[in-house]
Ligand binder design. Structure first.
Ligand SMILES: [Zn+2]
Length: 306
């Protein structure tokens, strides 16, 4: 296995050490696009230490055919994804550059990068779908030598999490993009625990994040609203347990002028239709035996539902 040399850029050099804290969720793969002799990992480390020609740029690792240089810690962000100061690529991904120097063995460098990726996936619990090319974030043709063989590159990451092949995926399977991309694109949390919650909302039982479940979830989320489970109070009777007179209203309101009447303890309405937020509290929208709609507090302090 290749040697990892940690040669961190000093914190004072803020163009190359922005230092925003980061919990890495993606691995971003780049190619140096520098075929010059000697343009290896050590040379790129020096380049960054020397100020990167005045550019504000930095990534986490550079890999060549012999060794790996780490330039900044993985819990700090880099500037390598081209998706902006707050971009997910820049702020949530570990950047890995693969050297293309003509005096090196590119295939070996790729193998070393695959080894590093496998290690980082394990360390940071990053799934294979989150190993992405630079192009994913900004459209840049990078890593130019790997883009047309990306799936082969991914397949070469030994021991990557292999998901069961999909055989009974619905006909409208979405093939462009993953659930993670989709959630990121609409600004929603795409973590596993969040996806588990969405899956529950959409009635996907036992969500483990398999490829099939991800596809189902993506399709459902793209189609829109989850089928809201019927709240337990709907259709039930609500009655006052308040010792005094409990107000009910002809509008969702707490205002005196909307008071429609009063309930004595033990009196109530036969049917709850809905629960609505009114100001800081909640009211039940209720129907009386004649079908008229009223509103009454939903506070457990004053009413009970049965
Ligand atoms: Zn790149």
């Amino acid at each position: 296995m290749p040697k990892i040399i940690q040669d961190f850029i000093p914190k004072s050099q803020t163009n190359q050490r922005p230092g925003h804290s980061m919990k890495p969720k993606f691995l971003t793969v780049h190619g140096t696009a520098n075929e010059k002799k000697g343009a290896d990992a050590e040379m790129h480390s020096r380049y960054l230490h020397n100020g990167a020609g005045g550019r504000v740029v930095v990534w986490h690792y550079t890999v060549d055919d012999k060794e790996i240089y780490q330039h900044i810690p993985t819990n700090e962000n880099g500037w390598h994804a081209g998706d902006g100061e707050r971009g997910t690529g820049n702020r949530q991904s570990i950047g890995i550059e693969i050297c293309e120097n003509s005096d090196g063995d590119f295939n070996k460098a790729v193998k070393n990068a695959q080894w590093l990726i496998k290690k980082l996936m394990k360390e940071h619990n990053i799934p294979i779908e989150r190993v992405v090319p630079h192009k994913h974030w900004s459209g840049k043709n990078c890593p130019r030598l790997l883009l047309n063989m990306w799936s082969t590159f991914i397949d070469g990451i030994e021991g990557k999490t292999v998901e069961a092949p999909d055989q009974e995926v619905e006909s409208e399977t979405v093939t462009n993009g993953s659930i993670v991309d989709y959630l990121n694109s609409i600004g929603k949390d795409s973590s596993f625990s969040a996806r588990k919650r969405y899956a529950a909302d959409y009635g996907i039982k036992g969500y483990k994040g398999t490829a099939k479940q991800n596809t189902t979830l993506l399709n459902k989320m793209r189609k829109g609203k989850p089928s809201k489970p019927k709240a337990s109070y709907i259709g039930k009777r609500v009655e006052s347990k308040h010792n005094g007179q409990l107000r009910f209203y002809n509008k969702p309101s707490w205002s005196d002028k909307h008071v429609a009447g009063y309930l004595k303890k033990g009196y109530g309405f036969p049917t709850i239709v809905d629960k609505v937020k009114v100001g800081k509290g909640y009211q039940y929208k209720v129907k009386n035996s004649k079908g008229h709609i009223y509103y009454v507090t939903a506070s457990k302090k004053y009413v009970k539902v049965e």
